[in-house]
Write a protein that binds this ligand. Structure first.
Ligand code: TLP
Length: 355
């Protein structure tokens, strides 16, 4: 039963994204206490500490703090490529679908899209797509971008074996590899491995502090010295070089101290939610049971659409992204709605909204 007094004091169960997490009092305290300096002079001790820590976690020579995941991906693409070259990536990758065409504008590269179930880019399609540029008619392939976990495919995890195959293929052809690892810590939890074991199959890695890890702002990019030197310059060009960014880096350090060990809770909540709604005659779990913190759902046997469902759920205090006319809904689980009672309630509200 829907109960309209559940949206109390404007507090929602917010399943639109894990980007909505807000800093905890402990994180705010770390931010307030942070020692800062001008990061363009490399004077910010907290940013320096965060970058050193991330280099160690990812097993790369250096790391760089950047304002957002989108900027991080775009800096990496620009630092790996030259205008007129081609990059190979998944048709449903965040870089292609959700970054507003930035690779074309900023780097002047062509995108060569490959398909693949659950975010697994088809190896044969990659192989067939690679061009060495010796034919004057063709753009040279200079970069392959992977994504793990794969957002649009439903937080799915690409295996280390598959990543290695793509990486080896790239290296045989003298092509750089970038990993959009916005949620690499979720992938590491699922694979029961260290982040560096995933990062080893990419020359550059971007991950977000501001998703499941719970920081308010910031992403990291990592790679070797020379690559990061180029990235520092591109970050400056894009206006992403910050001054006293230590207040943000302090949040990032706190995230890395406290959150990776808790991400399994989000995965368990996603699985619980998926199981609870799976019995409904109107619901199909688009990608099967979730592997991490994202549940993708397709509505069927019903005239209602995602937009109408989102509106009904909002009235009951549960926020989701749902577009008018669409049959697809994504639910994302994160620290701020980690309480199982909230998850159960969200499932209940969703099922009621379908009736
Ligand atoms: N994803 C956001 C939206 O942009 C869709 C979300 O709510 O999931 N790579 C991946 C795989 C991402 O999921 C995102 C954000 C980014 C990059 C970009 O990060 P930000 O939002 O920090 O620019």
């Amino acid at each position: 039963m829907l109960n309209s007094d559940t949206k109390q004091n404007n507090v929602y169960i917010d399943l639109r994204s894990d980007t909505v997490t807000k800093p905890t009092p402990a994180m705010r305290a770390k931010m307030a206490e942070a020692e800062v300096g001008d990061d363009i002079y490399k004077d910010d001790p907290t940013v320096n500490a965060l970058e050193a820590r991330v280099a160690q976690i990812t097993g790369k020579e250096r790391a760089l703090f950047v304002p957002s995941g989108t900027m991080g991906n775009q800096i990496c693409i620009k630092a790996h490529t030259r205008a007129g070259e081609e990059i190979i990536l998944h048709r449903k990758s965040h870089i292609f679908v959700f970054e507003a065409g930035a690779a074309a504008l900023i780097s002047g590269v062509m995108t060569n899209l490959v398909d693949g179930e659950n975010g697994y880019m088809d190896l044969e399609a990659i192989q067939n797509g690679i061009k060495d540029g010796s034919d004057m008619h063709q753009a040279r392939t200079s970069l392959i971008c992977m994504e793990n976990t794969h957002n649009i495919c439903g937080g799915t995890v690409v295996s280390l074996e598959h990543m290695k195959k793509i990486y080896d293929l790239a290296k045989e052809n003298d092509i750089a590899v970038h990993l959009d690892g916005a949620r690499i810590f979720n992938a590491a939890v699922y694979l029961k491995t260290d982040v560096k074991n995933i990062a080893r199959y990419a020359d550059s890695v971007m991950f977000c502090l501001s998703k499941g890890l719970g920081a308010p702002v910031g992403s990291m990019i990592c790679g070797d010295e020379q690559f990061i030197e180029r990235a520092v310059k591109v970050r400056k060009m894009l206006g992403g070089a910050l001054r006293q960014a230590g207040v943000l880096a302090a949040a990032g350090l706190h995230s890395l101290d406290t959150m990776p060990d808790k991400l399994h809770i989000d995965h368990e909540n996603a699985a619980y939610f998926a199981q609870t709604i799976n019995g409904s005659q109107y619901v199909s779990l688009s990608g099967g049971m979730p592997q991490t913190n994202i549940v993708n759902v397709t509505l069927f046997n019903t005239k209602t659409d995602a937009g109408a469902v989102a509106e009904k759920m909002k009235k009951e205090g549960v926020l989701i992204n749902g577009e008018k006319g669409s049959k697809h809904i994504r639910f994302v689980f994160h620290r701020d709605n980690a309480d199982r009672k909230d998850v159960a309630r969200a499932a209940d509200v969703f099922l009621s909204a379908l009736e």
